[in-house]
Design a protein around this ligand. Structure first.
Ligand code: GLU
Length: 418
């Protein structure tokens, strides 16, 4: 089957980097260094199923860049994970960590498994085996994992435990996004969503608009989308539609987000919620709303779907939801895109706080975390917006330029060895 390379996450990530390199005027050697993962480990992950049968999965950990600090990034469990997707996600982590100025490089992991098809005990065995296979390249000073699609706090506890048991003592800082009981941070579970709402608020404010005046649609109702919908609702925005992988609900007068959260807790999906009409994921993108938050997967806003977007602001909760062609269409149509590497960076910001707390063995209050997160997000937003204004470029190109430049400067200042 012919591959639509324009929609592949790696093609998008590489095209974004090429644009930033062009704006920054870097030479080809630097471009290649920034485009190429520093280190990759591909592993086979065998699982003995509860039935006794053996199944084999592919596992990946890509450390795209470690020039500003340890690799940092999530671990994804999905049937569609492949090496190129993980490479793209790792590259985005590098720029994201640099944009919000946390002292990390960028990394990402993935296992080609649909977690919904496996028992908790099976997922634990897969996680422990994957962790033990990649042990040589991870660690609190080397590469720190966090949850992503298909993984959660429990997954991070298993990773931390496997790593710690092998070394003979407890090392909480090897993962972030852990349960509170084993060194997780207050505020981590909702941090990405809070960051999405902080950056939405800041982008709206640049146009003299407040969240309480807008309508919003959120695609994806997982770790990012569900809390983003809730915080938008709490800030006074009218959330008129949300969706998950099974479909969506639409209520032009606004959804009762708290009732919807109860429905999801009971049924596992937003579909079937009584106080709204069904809507599919594609139609949600084209709704006549002010703010669209794609918070699901990569590549949903391509040339065609971007042409149907009516929102004035797109705030990217997901990683890579907009393709290069989609981006061009949105820019041409005057849609303001708050890019993923800025908008969804709240998660890794509080991951950083969690790692700092674990390293110090001293825990901060929820208020301290919320204030520091907001400060970092708004500082990063203001720097990106100022660059965009000064250079006459989009917020995405400004964020990429800032992130890529910080990484390139680290390379230049460190020099090449030997
Ligand atoms: N998976 C999240 C992301 O894509 C969080 C990464 C982290 O906290 O390390 O940003």
């Amino acid at each position: 089957m012919a591959q639509d390379t324009g929609r592949s996450p790696l093609a998008t990530a590489q095209a974004q980097l090429a644009t930033a390199v062009e704006i920054l005027g870097y030479e080809e050697g630097m471009h290649r260094m920034l485009a190429t993962p520093r280190r990759e480990m591909n592993v086979a992950v065998p699982l003995r199923r509860d039935s006794g049968e053996i199944e084999l999965f592919q596992g990946y950990r890509v450390q795209h860049n470690i020039s500003r600090g340890p690799g940092k990034g999530g671990l994804r469990y999905s049937a569609s994970v492949d090496a190129d997707e993980v490479r793209a996600l790792a590259m985005w982590m590098t720029w994201k960590c640099a944009v919000v100025d946390v002292p990390y490089g960028g990394a990402k992991g993935g296992v080609t498994i649909d977690p919904k098809q496996y028992s908790t005990a099976e997922l634990e065995r897969v996680t422990r085996r994957f962790t033990s296979e990649i042990m040589p390249i991870i660690g609190p000073e080397r590469d720190i994992m966090a949850p992503d699609i298909g993984t959660d706090e429990q997954t991070m506890a298993w990773v931390m435990d496997t790593y710690s048991v092998n070394l003979g003592y407890t090392i909480p800082a090897v993962t972030t996004g852990k349960p509170l009981q084993v060194g997780g941070s207050l505020g981590r579970a909702t941090a990405t969503s809070r960051g999405v709402v902080h950056s939405a608020q800041a982008a709206l404010a640049d146009a003299g608009v407040q969240l309480s005046e807008v309508t919003a649609a959120v695609q994806g109702f997982g770790k990012v989308g569900s809390h983003a919908a809730r915080f938008l609702h709490e800030a006074g925005a009218r959330v008129v539609a949300v969706s998950d992988e099974l479909g969506g609900v639409h209520a032009p007068d606004g959804l009762d987000v708290n009732a919807l959260l109860r429905h999801v807790a009971a049924t596992g999906t937003v579909t079937g919620f009584a106080d709204g009409d069904p809507i599919d994921n594609d139609a949600l993108l084209a709704l006549d709303v002010d703010v669209l938050v794609p918070a699901a997967v990569e590549g949903v806003l391509d040339e065609e779907s971007a042409g149907r977007v009516k929102a004035r602001w797109v705030v990217e909760g997901a990683n890579g939801p907009t393709t290069t062609a989609g981006d061009r269409v949105l820019a041409d149509r005057g849609v303001v895109v708050v890019p993923d590497i800025l908008a969804n960076a709240g998660g890794v910001v509080v991951s950083y706080f969690e790692w700092v707390q674990a390293n110090q063995a001293y825990w901060w209050t929820e208020k301290e975390i919320a204030e520091r997160l907001e400060h970092r997000m708004l500082t990063a937003y203001q720097a990106v917006a100022a660059t965009a204004r000064a250079e006459g470029i989009t917020l995405r190109d400004a964020a990429l330029t800032i992130g890529v430049r910080r990484v390139a400067e680290a390379h230049q200042i460190r020099g090449l060895y030997p």
